[in-house]
Design a protein around this ligand. Structure first.
Ligand SMILES: Nc1ncnc2c1ncn2[C@@H]1O[C@H](COP(=O)(O)OP(=O)(O)O)[C@@H](O)[C@H]1O
Ligand SMILES: O=C(CO)[C@@H](O)[C@H](O)COP(=O)(O)O
Length: 496
């Protein structure tokens, strides 16, 4: 029995996987609170992740009717980029500053300039720094909270922090480290000179976690935690990874030819590559995978965060919102939404706000506004998919994951807007499944079990969820997308 954990922005999910029987036995989740403030501040207390993990762990085991002592391994997925800065006692010196925080945009511009702009970043890091990455958060803490900064003894990411709580070890792996902004994604190693530029007073050798290979264990669950969770004393914890990396494992995207698209708080599109990717478009994140390969990705910051804002404005529940979207025609009768409520990463507009355009006395209806925000969020992902270009060449299917994938209307919209077949895995949270599969791989690799074989057996697709593009709808969305693209360029200038 293996446990997968996914600590997302809005909740932590836990899945219990019976690898011998090829079955997903139980799932549960617990929400987190997001602390939002002026200037794009978005933070979370790491203690909430621990409370959510424990609550979801016990409930998932109960639902699965599995005794905790049957568990052999745990794999943890986490929202990428969050800065978890700990003191010598392992306590946070400041709340976790998240991937969606845009308060550090000026610090990011300053770091970019010091690293030699886009060209310098690509040469040193294999990717171009973005505001959401960890680097500018560390620089911001140094400027705004120097006392907290001076107490930093280790700098972890959310999944590293959960692994640290489980095992007592301060370790990480290339997939999640890719999103720090002080890691060389081509050579898979820390870039200590870049780190010194960001945090000259900190000893990189001490504060940066030790790098593991994807198949290596982070450790075994330490005895106090094993006792609290009711686990045996030899439970292995795999290296884990960023949620997009483990979502790729949980959708079987560990060889070329597939696209994983996530409709979570963020929207992401990624495709596996066996060799380092050197896409020089600044918006493509040339990340590593958490399987030993690479995972070029684009991330938009306003997906279910944007639809939820409009849904709640109208007081609709999820079903009513879906019905409302379905009741309006494609193109929302001319209403276009640039849904950059939180600022945006792709297109690179960290300080942008949202726009509702084309409103008239005839088309300003609840249904059109609901549809237009879902369309706008999905057009952003198409824009990103186009930036990935050849990196997704040959991929004939999108594996759709994240909370928004539960909506049939949205699944069909993704298929029609991207003109590609869409299908969902049977499991609700593919990143948590990815964690469990990576844990099984880590535990059983020495007896010849491969990750490919595990994915083959346990990544099952829900035939009912399949959505195929329809030529008439594809054409109608093309017109609406052209309007979105024009609006984007009119409001924000050339964005590609
Ligand atoms: N049927 C649905 N239609 C649209 N959005 C949905 C639906 N079901 C869940 N969601 C949204 O999915 C989001 C949670 O997605 P999830 O992938 O779990 O996020 P994260 O991993 O970022 O915490 C919530 O905002 C929720 O409202
Ligand atoms: O910043 C990124 C990817 O670069 C985001 O995708 C985060 O990893 C958050 O993921 P979700 O909570 O939306 O799943």
């Amino acid at each position: 029995m293996y446990i997968g954990v996914d600590c997302g922005t809005q909740s932590t999910k836990v899945v219990v996987v019976d690898v011998e029987q090829g079955l997903i036995r139980g799932e549960a989740s617990r929400p987190h609170h997001l602390d939002e403030g002026e200037n794009g501040r978005r933070e979370q207390a790491p203690s909430e992740w621990l409370a959510a993990l424990k609550g979801a762990f016990f409930e998932a085991l109960e639902r699965a009717d599995v005794d905790a002592r049957q568990v052999r391994g745990i794999g943890v997925s986490g929202q990428q980029h969050g800065m978890v800065a700990l003191d010598a006692e392992g306590e946070p010196v400041y709340p976790a500053k998240l991937w969606c925080d845009t308060e550090t945009s000026a610090h990011n511009s300053d770091l970019m300039a010091r690293l030699g702009g886009e060209t310098g970043c690509l040469e040193k890091l294999g990717l171009v720094l973005q505001t959401g990455y960890t680097a500018s958060k560390v620089a911001w803490l140094r400027d705004h909270h120097p006392d907290a900064y001076r107490r930093i003894d280790s700098l972890l990411l959310p999944h590293d922090y959960l692994n640290f709580w489980l095992t007592g070890n301060r370790v990480t792996e290339a997939g999640d480290a890719s999103g720090t902004g002080y890691f060389d994604t081509q050579r898979r190693r820390w870039r200590l000179d870049v780190f010194a530029e960001i945090a000259p007073e900190l000893d990189a050798q001490r504060v940066l976690p030790r790098l593991l290979e994807a198949h290596e264990p982070a450790g075994v669950v330490q005895s106090a935690v094993a006792a609290e969770l009711g686990l045996a004393d030899d439970v292995v914890v795999s290296s884990g990874g960023g949620d997009n990396m483990l979502g790729a494992i949980g959708t079987g995207n560990i060889t070329p030819g597939l696209i994983t698209l996530s409709l979570g708080t963020s929207g992401t599109v990624c495709a596996y590559s066996p060799a380092p990717v050197v896409c020089d478009n600044a918006m493509v994140a040339n990340f590593c995978s958490s399987t030993g390969g690479w995972l070029p990705l684009i991330c938009t910051m306003n997906v279910t965060s944007a639809t939820t804002r409009v849904r709640e404005l109208f007081g609709l529940d999820l079903d009513a919102f879906g019905e409302c979207v379905a009741s309006a025609p494609i193109g929302a009768e001319g209403v276009t939404v640039l849904p950059f409520f939180n600022g945006e990463r792709v297109p690179m507009l960290p300080e942008a706000s949202a726009d509702f355009l084309g409103l008239t006395s005839l088309n300003t209806t609840q249904a059109n506004l609901c549809r237009a925000v879902m369309e706008g969020a999905t057009f952003g992902l198409r824009y990103g998919l186009e930036l990935l270009g050849d990196l997704t060449a040959g991929a004939s299917q999108i594996r759709l994951i994240g909370g928004g994938a539960k909506s049939a209307v949205w699944r069909q919209m993704v298929a029609d807007i991207t003109n590609t077949q869409v299908i969902c895995p049977e499991i609700t949270d593919a990143a948590a499944l990815g964690g469990a599969l990576q844990a099984a791989w880590c535990d059983q690799r020495e007896v010849g079990v491969t990750l490919d074989a595990l994915c083959e057996r346990l990544v099952t697709l829900d035939a009912q969820s399949q959505a195929d593009p329809d030529p008439a709808r594809v054409a109608a969305y093309q017109t609406a997308y052209s309007r979105y693209y024009r609006a984007l360029n009119q409001r924000h200038g050339q964005t590609d």
